[in-house]
Design a protein around this ligand. Structure first.
Ligand code: ZN
Length: 347
């Protein structure tokens, strides 16, 4: 009996001893991660969450908007374009920034370039699901975006503020760019909201000057083309086609269709006089339209190291069908299936 008592108490003691010396690390770590993540989602510190733990958010069913809606897609395109927007602004005389702004912009560009393929660079959250997340103590308004003071913390976008009640996107591409500049600006360690707003406004002004968009509606479907031109010889214009609930970047495809005269290679282009060649109309179950414009191309002759201007006209014929099977998240729009053809001609 006594022996049994000692044995039982030894078992208990050794169990406690083992538990203290070797705590169940794995289980503990997972709990701790989730706890910090939950705290962060409810308005706690984002800095407490380890870089890798943000990935836990990607697979969660209570998150909406993982890039499928038009607004999310456009934010993602703007994120990818940030480095080019910044570089062209910094290289232009019409970009009104001082040396201190310039330093911050270079850091922002570096972070955006490094993070652009990360799945967690942008995370879309609903302020209805997480009411405390987009609020801060000294700001009564619910914010549209939020991040922390480290590059590995995602930029969170409040999905409830990027759509109108009817499902259309409430934020323009330029505003998205401005929001992203501000947020990635915080990731450089900069804490002042007003300083970052000031920088974002300066870049937005520069881009606005070089931005044009044309749009039309067919029924309740919007068809839009957006161009950002850059006043720099070797910069490629950014061209996006917005079709219903899809945003299609076309700059690269267009660049690949451009040929200069023999012995020269294209290094950049601008698109001017963008217009509809054919208004959007229905053809069977598809919507068809075509877009025209002129190209000012910079062509380099490497044998003499000279850059020549060449001109072309461009015609982009496209068609798309709203696919009834794919409904993007909880937005009612359907995802279109697009085909397009780019024709570049000499005058
Ligand atoms: Zn801020």
């Amino acid at each position: 009996m006594k022996l049994n008592y000692y044995w039982q108490s030894w078992k208990l003691t050794s169990f406690l001893l083992v538990s203290i010396l070797f705590p169940p690390m794995v289980v503990n770590a997972i709990n701790l991660n989730t706890v910090n993540l939950e705290k962060a989602l409810n308005g706690g510190s984002l800095e407490e969450v380890a870089a890798d733990d943000w990935k836990l958010l990607l697979g969660r069913g209570d998150l909406i908007g993982n890039g499928a809606g038009l607004g999310e897609m456009q934010f993602s395109h703007m994120y990818h374009s940030l480095p080019q927007f910044i570089t062209t602004c910094l290289n232009s005389r019409s970009c009104l920034v001082n040396e201190s702004h310039r330093g911050v912009l270079l850091q922002i560009s570096k972070i955006a370039r490094k993070n652009r393929d990360l799945k967690t660079k942008l995370i879309f959250l609903s302020s209805k699901e997480y009411p405390n997340f987009f609020r801060s103590e000294n700001d009564p308004e619910t914010r549209i975006a939020k991040t922390g003071f480290r590059p590995d913390i995602p930029v969170f976008i409040n999905i409830d503020q990027i759509y109108e009640g009817d499902g259309s996107v409430a934020v323009s591409s330029l505003e998205m760019m401005s929001i992203l500049l501000h947020e990635v600006g915080h990731q450089t360690g900069e804490r002042s909201h007003s300083y970052l707003n000031d920088i974002a406004v300066r870049v937005q002004k520069f881009l606005n000057f070089n931005y044009m968009s044309i749009d039309q509606n067919i029924g309740d479907i919007e068809v839009k083309a957006e161009v950002f031109n850059f006043p720099s010889l070797n910069a490629t214009a950014k061209l996006f086609l917005v079709l219903g609930s899809e945003s299609l970047p076309l700059s690269r495809a267009l660049f690949d269709r451009i040929n200069c005269r023999v012995g020269r290679q294209p290094i950049g282009y601008q698109i001017v006089n963008l217009h509809w060649e054919a208004r959007a109309h229905r053809q069977g179950d598809r919507i068809v339209a075509s877009l025209g414009g002129w190209l000012d191309i910079s062509c380099i002759d490497r044998s003499s190291d000279t850059i020549w201007d060449e001109s072309r006209s461009v015609l982009i014929k496209f068609s798309f069908a709203e696919n009834p099977d794919s409904v993007a998240n909880d937005h009612p729009e359907r995802v279109p299936v697009v085909t397009y053809e780019i024709l570049v001609r000499k005058w």
